[in-house]
Design a binder for this molecule. Structure first.
Ligand code: PLP
Length: 459
């Protein structure tokens, strides 16, 4: 690597000359200062902290887009990765296999809800969704039900941004522009407790929403492959949360109407919601479970789709029957990524991760209590290691701030100036820290967020 001047300013200038960043209006980073949002070059990570080229530190309150569980540059995971790199970096995964992929599949089958005993790898979350959608459709086709071509998704859902995954997503920011290119799902109203009727409990909201889903299935089950949901928390849609009873009811409806249940646990899997998988809180096994993010330890892209033997068997036939599943990524089952995932799962086995998370989550919850009375906070909600604060213009009518105000961006900028990476989703400020965060670090995150919220709601 050539050594150039390497402070923040120099790196940001070089970055902005050629790079195009995700989820970003690049004009925000206009280096003449008009955009006002800095491009932050990170040179090192350590525990929950990111360190920039000028030596400033940022507490990673969002686990670097929800991927990191056990800290940046985690030494244990880094060592496993280095070891694997010296043995086998990659091999074609058709006709060939390797121990990290085999052992990871065994582990995933062991720890996921009962009945999920087949594992198909892909290399990111969106790709896992594509796989699940295609597999569900192809299962029904192989069963002689080629008329099933549609999917049911929830309002406010997010399942990724490739065309198939975006098709079953309902967050306007990501979907609206590209809508002409997409499949059209049937939308069932989300059981989101925030959108519940006044005086209705979260559980009552789910009952009402299950009734609406039933009505949709009565009309469309014959043409529907699957219902896809984010169990317990609709993350990118604003950390909207719902009661586990919805998942129990959903399982029963999917059985009754012969459609698949796809659980997208890409964001909520691996301990985020308090249990290893969110579906456990409802005691249900989906027909497909999509995993990524936490699975990767925050190191290398990897995803997995788990499904049942009975679905697998619908594809298993003489070659000439033409029933084989076709979905092939060059990096399917990459040994480096599998080895990193195995080490991540080993940490769950060796350390009391969920127990520690319970204590951290309780601490976070107690620290957020004071915000409930804030005149611009309509809701403080939490599920395990995800907490969210809904900012509103008017508390009584729950009138939102106009999106064009970009209040969340003010919280983000305040965070950067005060050593915390917080990246609100519109008017929702949230915390989703790595599990190795300390109580003192949680205090810092909350203090910075509270001060940032005060600035954001002013005038
Ligand atoms: C992030 C996310 C995805 C997409 O994963 P990528 O790896 O970003 O493609 C899908 N579903 C959910 C619930 C997610 O949070």
């Amino acid at each position: 690597m050539t050594i150039h001047a390497s402070g923040n300013a120099a790196l940001a200038t070089r970055d902005l000359k050629h790079l195009w960043h995700p989820c970003t209006q690049m004009h925000d980073h206009d280096i003449t200062g008009k955009g006002g949002v800095p491009m932050v070059p990170i040179v090192r990570g350590e525990g929950a902290w990111l360190i920039d080229a000028d030596g400033r530190r940022y507490l990673d309150g969002i686990s670097s887009w929800w991927t990191n569980l056990f800290g940046h540059a985690n030494p244990r995971i880094a060592a496993a990765l280095a070891d694997q790199a010296q043995r086998l970096e990659h091999v074609i995964f058709a006709g060939f296999t390797h121990e990290p992929a085999i052992e990871l599949a065994e582990e995933l089958v062991r720890i996921t809800p009962p009945g999920l005993d087949r594992v198909f790898y892909a290399d990111n979350g969106s790709a896992a969704i594509e796989v699940a959608l295609k597999m569900s459709f192809h299962y029904w086709l192989n069963q002689g039900h080629g008329e099933k071509t549609r999917f049911i998704a929830l309002t406010g859902s997010y399942h990724g941004e490739t065309l198939g995954a975006l098709s079953v997503s309902d967050v306007a920011l990501y979907r609206k522009t590209y809508a002409p290119l997409l499949l059209t799902p049937f939308l069932a109203p989300s059981p989101d407790a925030y959108e519940g009727e006044p005086g209705e409990s979260a559980e009552q909201t789910t009952k009402r929403r299950l009734g609406e889903l039933r009505a949709l299935l009565e009309r469309h089950a014959h043409e529907t492959c699957a219902v896809i949901v984010e169990p317990l928390v609709q993350c990118a849609g604003g950390m909207r949360m719902y009661h586990p009873a919805y998942l129990t009811g959903l399982r029963a409806l999917c059985d009754e109407f012969a459609v698949h249940f796809i659980a997208d646990e890409i964001a909520v899997g691996f301990g985020r919601t308090g249990t290893l998988f969110a579906c456990e809180q409802a005691g249900v096994s989906p027909d497909f479970m999509c995993l990524s993010k936490g699975l990767t330890g925050g190191f290398l892209p990897l995803s997995a789709v788990l499904t049942t033997s009975s679905i697998y068997e619908a594809f298993y036939a003489e070659y000439s029957a033409g029933k084989a599943f076709l979905h092939s990524h060059s990096y399917t089952g990459n040994p480096l990524a599998c080895r990193v995932a195995l080490e991540t799962l080993a940490i769950f086995r060796d350390e009391p991760v969920l127990e520690r998370n319970r204590q951290l989550a309780a601490h976070l919850s107690s620290r957020l209590e004071t915000l409930r009375d804030h005149p611009h906070v309509a809701d403080v909600r939490q599920t395990g290691m995800i907490a969210a604060i809904e900012l509103v213009a008017d508390k009584t009518g729950r009138r939102p701030f106009p999106a064009t105000d970009r209040r969340g961006l003010r919280v983000y900028l305040h965070g950067l100036r005060h050593g915390a990476l917080l990246r609100p989703l519109g008017n929702v400020v949230y915390f989703m820290p790595p599990y190795i965060v300390s109580k003192a670090e949680i205090d810092l995150l909350v203090d910075v967020a509270v001060a940032g919220i005060e600035r954001a709601v002013a005038e």
